[in-house]
Design a protein around this ligand. Structure first.
Ligand code: AIR
Length: 410
């Protein structure tokens, strides 16, 4: 070890992606004495504003990722490589592992969060409850025919066509009533675009999510099951724990999430988005919708509402440290997203938020304002769910530049 190596005892976690999820790892890293090194898209991005060691480069650039983990100028090599989004080159990751850098989650797990066809096949093999689905063939005529056949088998003539790769937050997902409504995507696939799959449009009663942390040694923990409320395909609110959830249903949801985490050998924090369905007999069950292999919006409540936040837990998990308690610290925590804003500077709303909702935990991401963009969130904890929810949505409305009287509360 050279004398020039700074703080040689501190573990270094390298993160690909410089958005809000990497940004929110920074306070957790500081508390744990862990050094973050984040590959950011540009020097002004969300994480680059708070992380000192933030080289600029693209997630698709193999050389940039190799540089991120390599020692340089007295700077130590990274102890582990992880991610804050799933758009990363898997072949490179396998090579990095072969050359001695742990990559968590590993590429063989990650592919299930990158490719929805691979994910559905694997979950089906694991016996995990999923919506009815099929992959569409590449040949356009055959794809149309398969889609028409699938639609004919639905209860109400509607189905959901998805691109296997590249979509998130409602992108790459389309509800169709006729096979021709996917023609542009079918043509795009022939042109080198992503493969397509079609799924039943599930008549769900609500959406649930289970957040899991798993470390390489196999230790696994789940947080309480949450309800997530989506608007226009984007998470708007999360209620932790999900109200009116029977012990049996919570156990079923957790068991499904753990079965996937273990079956796919996931390491780090992992989110399973689920549909809750209610059968004619009133029995409620879950179907798996999507997987995310990273900290997730459905887990932002844990920053203020759980003993261990998902960001601290992700760092512990990828470093193979014992996991922290996932117990809630309040009866209820509600997270309300700030999706777009009429304010140029969201911080201009802080005086009003401080006056109206002094117990709001505000978390702003330092991002440029665009309509519908995730710019921040607010957590409120407390005993009375209706009041907690009202306070969280009021604070989020103020940060969107609305007067709370006109805020959307449903
Ligand atoms: N993200 C990653 N996968 C899904 C989401 N929402 C987070 C990551 C990423 C950021 O959203 O933190 O860097 C990108 O946000 P935007 O607003 O630039 O698209």
């Amino acid at each position: 070890m050279t004398a020039a190596t700074p703080h040689p005892a501190s573990p270094v976690v390298a993160v690909v992606g410089g958005g809000q999820l990497a940004r929110m790892m920074a306070p957790a890293a500081a508390e744990l004495g862990v050094r973050l090194r984040v590959l950011v898209e540009d020097p002004s991005t969300s994480a680059a504003q708070v992380v000192v060691d933030a080289p600029v480069g693209a997630a698709s650039d193999d050389a940039a990722i190799r540089d991120l983990i390599a020692p340089a100028d007295g700077r130590p090599a990274a102890d582990v490589l992880t991610f804050e989004h799933e758009h990363v080159p898997n072949a490179l990751l396998a090579d990095l592992i072969d050359h001695g850098t742990p990559v968590r989650p590993g590429p063989e797990a990650l592919v299930h969060a990158q490719d929805k066809i691979v994910m559905r096949r694997r979950l089906t093999a694991l016996g995990v409850p999923c919506p009815r689905w099929t992959a569409l063939p590449s040949d356009p005529a055959a794809a149309r025919e398969a889609l028409a056949g699938f639609l004919a088998g639905t209860a109400d003539g509607e189905a959901v066509v998805k691109t296997a790769r590249g979509g998130y937050d409602g992108k790459g997902v389309r509800v169709v009533r006729g096979a021709e409504e996917a023609d542009d995507w079918i043509a795009a696939h022939l042109d080198g675009g992503p493969e397509l799959l079609v799924e039943d449009k599930v008549p769900f009663t609500r959406e649930l999510a289970v957040l899991v942390a798993r470390r390489p040694s196999g230790e696994i923990r789940t947080w309480p099951v949450v309800e997530s409320i989506q608007r226009d395909g984007v998470c708007a609110e999360v209620i932790a724990p999900a109200p009116d959830l029977s012990a049996g249903e919570a156990e079923e949801a957790r068991e499904v999430a753990v079965r996937i985490a273990e079956g796919l050998d996931v390491t780090g924090v992992f989110a399973v988005e689920m549909f809750e369905t209610t059968g004619p007999d009133g029995a409620r069950h879950v179907l798996v919708n999507e997987l995310a292999m990273r900290p997730h919006n459905s887990g932002h409540w844990t920053i203020d509402g759980s003993v261990t936040s998902q960001f601290a837990q992700h760092l512990r998990a990828v470093l193979d440290l014992p996991l922290g308690s996932t117990a809630p610290v309040a009866r209820w925590t509600v997270m309300a997203n700030v999706l777009g804003s009429s304010l140029e500077r969201l911080t201009d709303a802080l005086p009003a938020v401080g006056e109206r909702v002094p117990d709001a935990h505000v978390n702003l991401y330092g991002k440029g304002v665009r309509p519908g963009r995730k710019l921040g969130h607010v957590n409120v904890c407390g005993e009375d769910l209706a009041e907690v929810r009202r306070r969280a949505t009021t604070a989020a409305a103020l940060l969107r530049g609305e007067s709370p009287e006109t805020s959307q509360e449903d």
